[in-house]
Design a binder for this molecule. Sequence first.
Ligand code: ASP
Length: 419
Amino acid sequence: MTFSRRDFVKSSVLGAVAAGVGAHAALPEALAENSQQGHASKEDSPKRPVIICAHNGYAYTEAAYAFLKSGGDTLEAGIRVVKGPEDDPNDDSVGLGGLPNEEGVVELDSCCMHGPTRRAGSVGGVRNIKNVSMVGRAVMEHTGHVMLVGEGAEKFAVAVGFPRENLLTDRSRKIWLLWKEFNSDRDWWEPGMADPHWHPPAPDSKPQADLWRDRIQQLQQRAADLGIEPEFQLAAVHRVLFPPTGTIHCSVLNDKGEMSGITTTSGLAFKLPGRCGDSPIIGAGCYTDQDIGSAGATGAGEENIKVAGAHTIVENMRHGMSPQEAGMDALKRIVRNYNGDMTKLRYMDMTYYVLRKDGAYAGVCLWEGYSPGNPHKFTVHDGTLRSEVATPLLKGYSQEWPPFPPIPEELKKDSYYLK
Ligand code: ASP
């Protein structure tokens, strides 16, 4: 191949400045309109039971709600939601089919808190076991520990009856291979000079837009060579250029006021082996105290760990903030950690799912979404299943990491942005 991530990054600073994202916008000016207000409709007349979760839990929430209504345990209801994406080979952010680490191995993280018994369980960096949400719960139920990681967590899971299985689907393996080749212009991971299609690196004399077009076309061709189906090729290229995150969190409240929370993920795509984000960290990816409420997170795990997001939110509600205020405060702490520098904040995003013990809830996010018309959404069921748009702290849209130059408009097809 004749292009690499390094080629893109080289020109990234220029590209970012040209795109006008380099300014240190003052935070108050950057605040989105509703960020300082409560959502009266969601907080004035709360109902119970309530399930709130990330948008990828939508298809599984109706059945979990029926289970909850019939007297089912709150943590079991949450697991019934998150197990859906864990079992779905086409959701490449969670469980089976999750995008792997840089070595091509799927490593999963999860944590949960069971309000009624005030217990917690967590697993990090687990290989070969699909339903880590249930393994985290098993740590809580069958050990005197709270967190197990890596090989120990896998052995524990097998000991208590979880089957070992290959979590790397063919599609995720091919996307990983494409990523590996794209990032390998200094090793043997790509077709060598003997390949009839090999040619030396292109000179950087073309306009940015042309270089983009060439590079994306080459990647798409390689995706086709690898056997990735045509309708998914651009989405695969997107995942290679901008390694995605993705996770599911679910917080649950029953009519007795019992609450539980659970978060599960395959984490950041192509991460370093052993990397744990916020999802298995109790207090970051999930925190529940049924005297107060429950919260969870999806998004930039490293940033969320540094503000102990879920715990911060529950404590904020303990001290009187509404769900939305509590979530916004946690987001502001992320902004504070970068001194409000929009040049950097632009490249991260975070969504918090917040549920108070009386049934009031909020979904809040750092930016409005990925692009206009593509806002951050979350799922709620309080008797009616629906999808709602999360309230952003900041005006505008996050940009994907790493910071490449602007993509030509004509390449921004829907399929390219398939998530
Ligand atoms: N928070 C997850 C992690 O950092 C990823 C995500 O939620 O998208 O592993």
